[in-house]
Design a protein around this ligand. Structure first.
Ligand SMILES: Cc1cc2nc3c(=O)[nH]c(=O)nc-3n(C[C@H](O)[C@H](O)[C@H](O)COP(=O)(O)O)c2cc1C
Length: 385
């Protein structure tokens, strides 16, 4: 099968990846209500078709936090991408650089911040935005911030919706989590044998399989699952808005708070001095049953859009969805699963093609709604009786 739409990469990833990783990417928490809502609520929005306007020129570039993006899309932080394809985060930032969009590196990436920044710089690109979780070991967090600064990460994305991880039942069913060490080892060995193309790529070209940025902190950790267990034990539930001040002591660049759905929280983010926020429910992977990102977006954008940059993620599966999010107040949106699926399906090339598809779809959506410039996209682009 050749991928035409963004969602086709899901099927290709399903065929190529070991089940434990496909399910890890694809799944959400608990009954996956929020995961479904993210997609369904975007699908339910109608664009307003307008015709007979001169649409010879359209502009999809945006200025954001000191960077010019060629289109209003970024790659959201996704953990363990280096297990979907060899040195996955480095491949993904090369694809993002080619497309002129930002790549946000997860705290729990397989490639370290240094490796990913070097991959971008080699291509004349910008180092990754760096996503940080609040960890109990503040000394170690300070070191991470210093490393992000040293390699030139332009933006810190501070994820606030994960004081503890939500339960993802698919990971238990697939045998990725929750088994005895022997069961886990047997599952992983079987997955390796039954997915030879993936195994060859990961073992011939993709080692080491650690979480590169945090590996010094995990004493005796050898497998990715050791690192994930460490990080789960180290999430800090005591975190409050005051901790943004603490982060500020070690980080003088822009801070984007990721994981806000509520207007009061959005106002608190402004008060705490954040330069941006991502309206997000972690792709339906945390508190199941909360509203979709797209339905939370307009209220948040109305309340704080004049004070900081408002982005959104969750359920964006096409360039048409991108325009819907811009119309409802986002400055840009981020995609998580789309790039993880593409990476798993075909590495850097597939991520590049997936981004091309988003761009082509966004162009059509702009031309047929009469939107010449994404910066002026507003609610007039939607058909809402
Ligand atoms: C496999 C996977 C791993 C993720 N890992 C992280 C992470 O390490 N840090 C983080 O802030 N968000 C993480 N997220 C959430 C994404 O950044 C983003 O919020 C979400 O994927 C957006 O929804 P979408 O997948 O529908 O585009 C992860 C999402 C997925 C699917």
């Amino acid at each position: 099968m050749r991928a035409a739409s963004v969602s086709d990469y899901r099927e290709l990833a399903r065929r190529r990846l070991p089940n434990i990783f496909f399910e890890y990417i694809d799944g959400g928490s608990y009954a996956e209500e929020t995961l479904r809502r993210n997609v369904a609520d975007l699908e339910a929005i109608a664009l307003r078709q307008r015709v007979m306007r001169d649409m010879t020129k359209i502009d999809m570039s945006v200025e954001t936090l000191g960077q010019t993006l060629k289109m209003p899309v970024g790659l959201a932080p996704v953990g363990m991408a280096g297990m979907y394809a060899s040195r996955g985060e480095a491949q993904a930032i090369r694809a993002a650089t080619a497309a002129g969009v930002p790549f946000c590196l997860s705290t729990v990436g397989v490639c370290s911040i240094e490796e990913v920044a070097a991959a971008a710089k080699k291509q004349g690109g910008t180092p990754p935005w760096f996503q940080l979780y609040m960890l109990k070991d503040r000394g170690y967090m300070r070191e991470l911030l210093a490393r992000a600064k040293a390699v030139g990460c332009p933006v810190l994305v501070f994820t606030v919706d994960l004081p503890l991880p939500g339960s993802r039942y698919r990971d238990m069913r697939s045998g990725f989590t929750g088994g005895t060490p022997l069961q886990t080892m047997m599952t992983q060995a079987w997955e390796g044998v039954s997915h030879p193309a993936w195994t060859w790529d990961l073992f011939a070209r993709g080692r080491p399989h650690t979480l590169g940025t945090v590996q010094d902190a995990v004493k005796g950790g050898r497998r990715v699952t050791d690192f994930l267990a460490w990080i789960s034990r180290n999430f800090d539930r005591s975190v409050t808005w005051k901790d943004i001040d603490w982060v500020r002591e070690s980080w003088d660049g822009p801070i984007v708070v990721k994981g806000v759905l509520d207007v009061e929280d959005a106002r608190a983010a402004v008060k705490a001095g954040a330069q941006g926020l991502v309206v997000s429910n972690h792709g339906g992977r945390q508190l199941d049953g909360v509203r979709s990102s797209i339905t939370a977006l307009p209220k948040v954008a109305d309340a704080v859009g004049g004070d900081l940059e408002v982005y959104m993620d969750g359920g964006v599966r096409s360039g048409l969805d991108v325009l819907k999010a811009l119309a409802l107040g986002a400055k840009a949106c981020f995609v998580g699963r789309p790039w993880a699926w593409a990476l798993g399906a075909g590495g850097q090339k597939a991520v590049e093609k997936m981004l091309d598809t988003l761009r082509a779809e966004l162009a059509v959506a702009m031309i047929l709604t009469g939107c010449t410039d994404v910066r002026s996209a507003g609610r007039e682009l939607l058909d809402r009786d």
